[in-house]
Write a protein that binds this ligand. Structure first.
Ligand code: SF4
Length: 935
């Protein structure tokens, strides 16, 4: 039967944001397909996207605001419906009191949402620093490691230019990451003859279609990358011209252990720094005249090797010399021992990367001007592209590993060049970006917005968020000396810290779209106990928990108040340049969702909840001078909000100006939503070709980006092969920094891990594990057909996965007496799970893996308590701890990234008399009022 109506909007069955067409009949969704006119997916749709209909009509949908029944335990899932008026009344009273006394008693943490510009703004206006999204336990190492090195990162921030690449190396990427867009690009790349190498412990998904699979031990990627850098330098296969001009390789690093400036870059104090935050008076050693000169002075060329003395006898070395010294011992043989990859393979890979970059050089006839006034007739490309993600990041050594990758990409000359890595607006950003977190407890004041956003990019110890004793101010200890560059916060610390009252107890924890009582937490069994734990006076240790979600998850059972969110088909959304847009390599792209069906039951978009609360609490940015509300609702807010009065910059860049004829900048346009809706929900600004490449150093692009206020400053963004930022923290740890210094207990840690050059160390958990007891690395990845825990309520996708196995190499399994399909115990030093094993030759003998979040607790997601997900599915999180021996968080000591992939386990068969279902077991949760129990 033909559908009566077709509406376009943007998918949200995963985070890729493909364009979709929703086919409706009599107002009911009948079918969803890809929008052929959408630039991102060009009509392609995946299994998840096509199954959106089953999400819309899922029995797990929450449909009414709910309050925990008086006397019911948290976790039991016993609720009573209340009205929105009542829910808002409860929140307004509670939050107003917190805001007027101690705003940090309110913590807001969100999952894989796409509205962090709004949630971040809400927290800032509230005045609480206790805000973050999920990045701290996802891939902050990837974001921070790359941004602190090249000024951009992968996925939303940039990616491989597979249209022109000849060699593509994917490393540490889940089988379906960046789903449709990357699949489309890889398909074209392979058809045009490109060679695809996948470095991954597991050969599924993308790795299964790679031309070469290079299995690697989890947590050792940094050693591989350092060895490849070693080879590239030893063979002279780096792009000298690029490295000399566009990185800080030629910058002279002071080598005077006694000096406060040891390890910093030498400057000419007589010369104008231009911008003290990004000084332009740093020195090179000019090869032609054999003397120090200002970097990039006309007619000069920096020495990359050697040791020199400045006029005052200060010893200096070019940063590149220090890098070469660093990787000198990192031979392929050294890396082979660590990674399990034969030294010959490492040598061959390095050679292939270097030769392809050198010999397959691209010249595009596009003229451009660099930031120092140099005119270029063409844009040069080096057709070697990389893509990397959580497999590199989710280790407690992932920051330095990611830095090593950024450096390798730079040595090959591939940054923002054709065939290599290309930025996506609003990147590149300055290194580090100029936004800073609050600096101390004095920045948190009653009834006052924070002066800055809660999250930012520290550039020195002065940018940390610590008290006078150097202690943390955030509940997750972000931006403290424990995790100085925790630019995405540490969501995985929140519940444990709040339960401990360390650094202080909080009053209200609001969680949006994050399953923190299940797969979005480590140490799940203990965390669930913490959520329901009480003080001696009988009150909960975390007094009030608010959860906003569209579905009855494991987390909602622990809420005191549940706010039913809409689905993506029922609401407006803005994927904004202020947040995480869907930009293309050729220019900024933002997009929206528009409702294609009305909200179910009493569901309300979380954005509307925030706008309503912001109005009730009279946040300055949401209130007129006369005290009335500035914004009617979320769509009104998106259209009319400007970053400053009259700035012309709002959430959406398209069709601005009163008549909709302006873009990027312009007055609010009351018809902006309609214009997006009429244009496939997407706005694409194509940059002039001469602004599309070399953007770190492209004068024309910089001027344009400043004009549209995408960049604050116009100084070139040199790649930081050598990180002066890290050295500042190290100097502080050594007692040489004139400003803030770490507490004694953390000095050695900061000194060790804030190395200005990348290095490899075994992940912290591995260091704390007896390898003879727990010899196997255990990792997870998200399956292609499901997005984290979202899709077990989806009737179609459940037909693909209703339970998971632990995949074990058959040799490993047989050695332990484990049968294919047999029930086994998997044990770490922290806990154990019972699950089923499946033989697999697509994983190396030293590694086991499973899909994340298919296992469910009984009754959650409104599945029948004996559903396969609860009986046979399991969660690896039970084996992972959020704390390591000694009490430190299981996180990267630079960024606080959760060390998800560092756990070590052993396996053994379950005995014949043990039950054939998963363990640990949890009590079944009742269906929440307003949901329908599924079959
Ligand atoms: S990849 Fe699939 S689920 Fe993700 S946005 Fe695109 S169609 Fe939707």
């Amino acid at each position: 039967m033909p559908a009566a109506e077709v509406k376009t909007t943007t998918c949200y069955m995963c985070a890729c944001r493909c364009g979709i067409r929703v086919h409706l009949k009599d107002g009911v969704v009948r079918y969803i397909d890809g929008n052929p006119d959408h630039p991102l997916n060009q009509g392609v749709i995946c299994a998840k996207g096509a199954s959106g209909i089953m999400k819309q009509y899922s029995p797990a949908r929450l449909t009414r605001p709910l309050r925990r029944r008086a006397g019911a335990e948290r976790g039991a899932g016993e609720f009573e419906p209340i009205s929105w008026d009542e829910a808002f009344g409860i929140l307004e009273t509670r939050l107003a009191k917190i805001r007027a006394t101690d705003p940090k008693q309110f913590a807001l943490f969100t999952g894989r949402d796409q509205m962090q510009a709004l949630t971040g703004m809400f927290a800032r206006q509230f005045g609480t620093p206790n805000y973050a999204a999920h990045g701290g336990f996802c891939s902050v190492n990837m974001a921070a490691g790359m941004i602190y090195t090249i000024g951009g990162s992968f996925w939303e921030f940039g990616g491989p230019d597979l249209e022109r690449a000849k060699l593509f190396v994917m490393i540490g990427t889940a089988e379906d990451h960046h789903s449709n867009p990357l699949k489309i690009a890889i398909a074209k790349f392979k058809r045009s003859g490109g060679r695809f190498i996948s470095v991954n412990p597991v050969r599924t998904g993308y790795s299964a279609i790679a031309d070469e699979w290079v299995p690697i031990r989890p947590g050792t990627d940094g050693a591989l990358l350092l060895a490849i850098i070693h080879e590239i330098i030893a063979l002279g296969l780096y792009d000298r011209e690029f490295v000399a001009r566009y990185t800080n390789a030629g910058h002279l690093v002071i080598g005077d252990e006694a000096s406060e400036r040891h390890g910093l870059i030498a400057v000419d104090p007589q010369a104008d720094p231009v911008n003290p935050d990004y000084p332009q008076n740093q020195l090179w050693w000019d090869r032609h005249t054999a003397r120090p000169v200002l970097s990039h002075a006309a007619g000069t060329d920096p020495a990359l090797f050697g040791e020199y003395r400045l006029a005052d006898a200060t010893r200096v070395k070019p940063a590149f010399q220090l890098l070469a010294e660093r990787v000198e011992p990192n031979t392929p043989e050294w890396a082979a021992e660590i990674t399990g990859i034969p030294a010959g393979t490492i040598r061959r890979l390095a050679h292939e990367l270097g030769i392809t970059a050198r010999d397959e050089k691209i010249e595009l006839p596009i003229a451009w001007t660099d930031c120092w006034g140099g005119e270029h007739e063409s844009v040069t490309g080096r057709p070697v592209a990389f893509h990397a993600m959580r497999g590199l990041a989710a280790h407690s050594n992932g920051f330095h590993t990611t830095r090593a990758l950024g450096i390798l990409m730079s040595l090959l000359g591939t940054i923002d060049r054709p065939g290599g890595f290309r930025h996506k607006a609003p990147f590149p950003r300055a290194i580090p970006p100029s936004a800073k977190p609050p600096k101390g407890p004095q920045d948190v004041k009653p009834d006052t917005p924070l002066a800055s956003l809660a999250l930012g990019w520290p550039g020195s110890p002065e940018d940390l968020f610590v008290d006078e004793a150097g202690g943390p101010v955030r509940i997750d200890k972000g931006f403290s000396w424990e995790y100085p560059l925790s630019v995405h916060g540490l969501m995985h610390n929140v519940i444990t810290n709040a339960w401990r009252g360390d650094p202080y107890p909080i009053d209200t924890l609001m969680i949006f779209m994050a399953n923190m009582a299940w797969n979005s937490t480590m140490n799940t069994v203990e965390v669930r106990k913490m959520l329901n734990d009480r003080n001696a006076d009988g009150g909960h240790r975390i007094p009030f928990i608010v959860v906003c979600d569209a579905f009855q998850s494991e987390m909602t059972a622990f809420a005191d108040l549940i706010l039913p969110d809409t689905t993506y088909l029922e609401r407006h959304d803005a994927m904004s340049l202020l947040d995480r847009p869907i930009s293309e390599f050729d220019g900024p792209v933002d997009s929206v969702r528009v409702p294609v069906v009305p909200p179910t039951g009493e569901c309300k978009p979380f954005q509307e909840v925030l706008i309503e609360l912001a109005g009730r609490l009279k946040f300055p940015a949401f209130t007129r001078a006369d005290g009335s509300r500035k914004f009617r609702d979320y769509p009104d807010f998106i259209v009319n909000y400007e970053t400053e009065p009259g700035s012309g910059i709002g959430f959406l860049a398209g069709w601005r100006g009163a008549d909709g004829t302006q873009s990027m900048l312009g007055a609010p346009n009351p018809k902006q939503w309609e214009r997006y809706a009429a244009n496939n929900c997407v706005f694409h600004y194509e940059l002039s070709p001469s602004y599309q490449y070399m953007r770190n150093w492209n004068r024309g692009y910089m001027e344009w980006a400043q004009r549209v206020r995408m960049r604050r400053y116009g100084e070139p963004i040199l790649v930081h092969l050598y990180s002066e930022v890290l050295q500042r923290f190290r100097l502080a740890a050594q007692g040489k920094w004139p400003g803030r210094q770490p507490p004694e207990a953390l000095r050695a840690r900061v000194e060790k891990y804030f190395d200005p050059l990348p290095f490899w160390y075994a992940p912290l958990e591995v260091q704390a594990t007896d390898a003879s007891e727990y010899p196997l690395a255990a990792i997870t990845q998200r399956p292609m057909a499901m997005y984290h825990s979202w899709d077990s309520q989806n009737a179609w996708l459940r037909q693909i996965h209703t339970h998971n196995y632990l995949f074990v190499n058959s040799a490993t399994a047989r050695a332990q007496g484990v049968e294919d399909g047999g029930w086994i115990w998997v044990e770490s030093q922290w806990g154990r799970v019972r699950c089923m094993a499946r033989y697999s030759e697509a994983v190396e003998p030293g590694v086991v893996w499973t899909w994340n979040a298919i296992g469910k607790s009984p009754g959650a997601w409104n599945l029948a308590p004996d559903a396969n997900e609860a009986r046979e599915g399991f969660l690896l999180n039970h084996l992972i701890s959020d704390s390591l021996p000694g009490g430190t968080s299981n996180s990267d000591p630079v960024t606080g990234q959760a060390g998800w992939y560092d756990v070590r386990v052993r396996i053994r068969p379950a005995t014949d008399d043990e039950p054939r279902h998963t363990w640990p077991e949890f009590a079944a949760v009742a269906a929440a009022p307003g949901t329908r129990r599924s079959l």
